[in-house]
Design a protein around this ligand. Sequence first.
Ligand SMILES: Cc1ncc(COP(=O)(O)O)c(C=O)c1O
Length: 465
Amino acid sequence: MSNIPRITSEEDQILLDKESRYCSFGDTVHYIEPPRIFSRCEGSYVYDTNDQAYLDLQMWYSAVNFGYANPRLNNALKQQIDTLPQIASQYLHKGKIELSEMIAVDAKKKFGMDGRVHFNVGGSQSIEDSLKVVRNASNGKSLMFAFEGGYHGRTLGASSITSSYRYRRRYGHFGERAQFIPFPYHFRGPKGMTKEEYGSYCVKQFARLFETEYNGVWDPKTQQCEYAAFYVEPIQGTGGYVIPPMNFYSELKQVLDQHGILMVVDEIQMGFYRTGKLWSIEHFDVKPDVLVFGKALTNGLNPLGGIWAREELINPGIFPPGSTHSTFASNPLGTAVGLEMFKMTSEVDYGAMVMAKGKYFLAGLEDLKKRYKIVGDVDGLGLALRMEICGEDGFTPDKAKLDEMVEEGMKGDIEIDGKRLGLILDVGGYYKNVITLAPSLEISYPEIDLAIALLDRLLHRVTKK
Ligand SMILES: Cc1ncc(COP(=O)(O)O)c(C=O)c1O
């Protein structure tokens, strides 16, 4: 494939040999060979074992929204280590209660509903908990709706409502099953419709399912749907940072409410200001029934995730003590960082800051689109941005070109203003031809300029061949 040097150092080679001998590989994918080994990180940069700097435009799949080694959040963790670093989850600690309060009070303000919070470890496990909540509320229904292009994790339950069959092929089913509904991916939708028209069209197609019992999901006599909930990522993450029209979710929610189907909003990737709001669903004027979060709650310092659900679904009478549990759920290190993150983001207008930086970044991407035919589409909401790499027609997906860009970025040899840099990009999209850009929300304007200049160099390299 590429001419990325085989070995970065003798020490790295020894580690890679050990990896190939002792690591299972079941929990990772090497997008480039050999994979880089990193030794430190700060702000928007990670550094490999040769201390080569790479500007990171994916921030651990949006888990590190507040910059690598954020001093304030790191300090919250250090302080908690020195006070109450561990305690069994049957006992209480202040952090768990205050963080739950913070999330529930905010939800009441925004959605006008009482609700409760509980924690688990990681995004997928929190999705599992949400599945228990909705199955419980629907007398054990195990069928869900989810979107084509959707991603909800890789545990057995979460992967059964994730669109890629690839993640299920070897393992069969364990209960849950989703029917996947088309998402309003306007760039690749039918021609001749505005984005909003296409959003309404998708909702109408979905609503057809309820017109007669012969469409397979609805019993008009009992007014019962066979499906318990619809799982949505307001902005698709792994699906390629696809931003639906603003009318979409409110129209969809009407259909769901009419048929007793719950809406579960997966904010694991887009939550915590990635799109300029605490929750990305806030852009769409919709009230979720259940909301799932993870990743950036702790800026990636601790795998804390969790769910908020409205009171009727999660009060202790309905969802009794012990309905879910993990030894490490609501661990005090995670809740301490989560609390500090909430305090930090309430002290400045994070939303306005992210929207302004996102607008500036998107203008740079639009300029690249004008200059390179292979950039088929660019879009963004806050600092969730996308760039779709295509053939010369600006439409046919070109995964190979994007892979080349990723490899070129990882060489760490781009010279800008006398400095050698690498660029870290993440790949997403239905055709794996989308650069899903999730820079640090703390990125500076000069760093955004640098990001655009680095993307420019990569596009130049892969188009001049
Ligand atoms: C939208 C979404 N849901 C769920 C998950 C799964 O979270 P985790 O990887 O923490 O299990 C992810 C992870 O990328 C995600 O982006």
